[in-house]
Structures are given as C-alpha cells and as structure tokens.
Design a protein. Structure first.
Length: 202
C-alpha cells in the first residue's frame, strides 16, 4: 500500500532544523505483514529523545529511515503464524522487540533479546527484512517500529495489547506527527502481554 510517513533523510543536519529540514513527509510503499508480523493503523505517536538523537546525529542510523518508536494503534491485518492477537485489538508499540525464543527471552528478560540487536541497528525488522520502500529502494525502520506514519508493519514482538481504551487523535495530518493519550496501563500489565516463549521450546 502507499501511505505518508515522516522520513529522516539526513542524520546530523545543521541547526536550526527548521531551515535544514532533515525530515520530510513523503509517500512510501508499505508491504503486507510477513510471517510473525502485524499491520497496525497508527493512531498516535510521541516524540522521544531517541528520535532527536537520530536527527542530530548522536545515534546515527542508516537513512532514509521512517522515525517513531513510541506510539499506539489498531491491528488491521495479521501475518502468517500470529494467533495470540486479533484484528481490531488496540496495541502499544515497544522498541524492545523480543523473539520469544532466545536464551534471554526464555529467561524472562525479553528486553535484552539477543536476536533483536543486529536487525534493529541495521534498520530492519526482526526477520531481517524491510517492509518500507520508496522508488523501489528499501527505507529503514526505526527500532523495528517506524510509527511516524499512517500504518506500520512490525514484528509481533514489537506490540503489546493495551487492555484499556486508547484515545487516538490526530494532531496534524499535514505534519504526519500524531498525538497519543493512553489511560492507565500498568507496566506489569504491559510486560505480561508481550510475546510469550513458545510452548515446548528447549
């Protein structure tokens, strides 16, 4: 599908950014979700210092890259093999994607998943693939999320079912940056709703 997204084209552009304009709202192509992935209609996204660190060059990443790793939305399509969430579920994104299979995930520490480090740094999803493209070339994912966009394809381990109503209100269609307010989601509740280890895995 074609959609609009906030694309960072240069890391470390000179300030003020209002003049150098390192971020552009562009039309990009988004592939359908692959195995173990979901398609989320983005309802809101926040600006984090990690986003600013990419913009100012403190944490350089390959560009072009669609920014945004803190947000929420609604699942609209499931990839093959995803059975523990359903279309219509409200979810929050997490930038600490977890595979549910590695040693750290099986220890109950999905936030240091061993399989996620390399693809995240390379601007890929956990599968090692890009689902974003522009002019036939890959566009990178920010922390496996890239929610400064109308939609996001993410790994199942990059979402958490919110379990509570979320107010998803667009602040500015033109800017591509959305506002979010989620009511009362306890941290432990979020942790419990992340991807669980596979049954019988050794």
């Amino acid at each position: 599908m074609k959609m609009k997204a906030g694309v960072l084209t240069t890391c470390g552009a000179p300030r003020p950014f209002a003049k150098s304009k390192p971020i552009h709202v562009l039309e990009v192509d988004l592939d359908p979700p692959g195995e173990g992935e979901v398609l989320v209609k983005v309802g809101g996204a926040g600006l984090c210092h990690s986003d600013l660190s990419l913009i100012n060059g403190d944490r350089p990443r390959p560009v072009p890259i669609v920014l945004g790793h803190e947000g929420a939305g609604e699942i609209v399509e499931l990839g093959k093999g995803v059975h523990d969430v359903k279309v219509g579920d409200h979810v929050c994104f997490t930038f600490n994607v977890s595979c549910g299979r590695c040693r750290r995930c099986l220890e109950g520490r999905p936030y240091i998943c061993e399989r996620s480090v390399t693809p995240r740094a390379a601007g890929q999803l956990l599968s090692g693939n890009h689902r974003l493209h522009m002019d036939g070339k890959p566009v990178n994912h920010h922390s496996g999320v890239s929610c400064y966009a109308e939609y996001a394809v993410v790994d199942r381990g990059s979402i958490v079912a919110s379990g509570t109503p979320a107010e998803l209100k667009s602040r500015s269609e033109a800017s591509g940056v959305l506002s979010l307010r989620v009511t009362g989601v306890p941290t432990e509740s979020l942790r419990a709703r992340r991807r669980r280890p596979l049954a019988g895995h050794r």
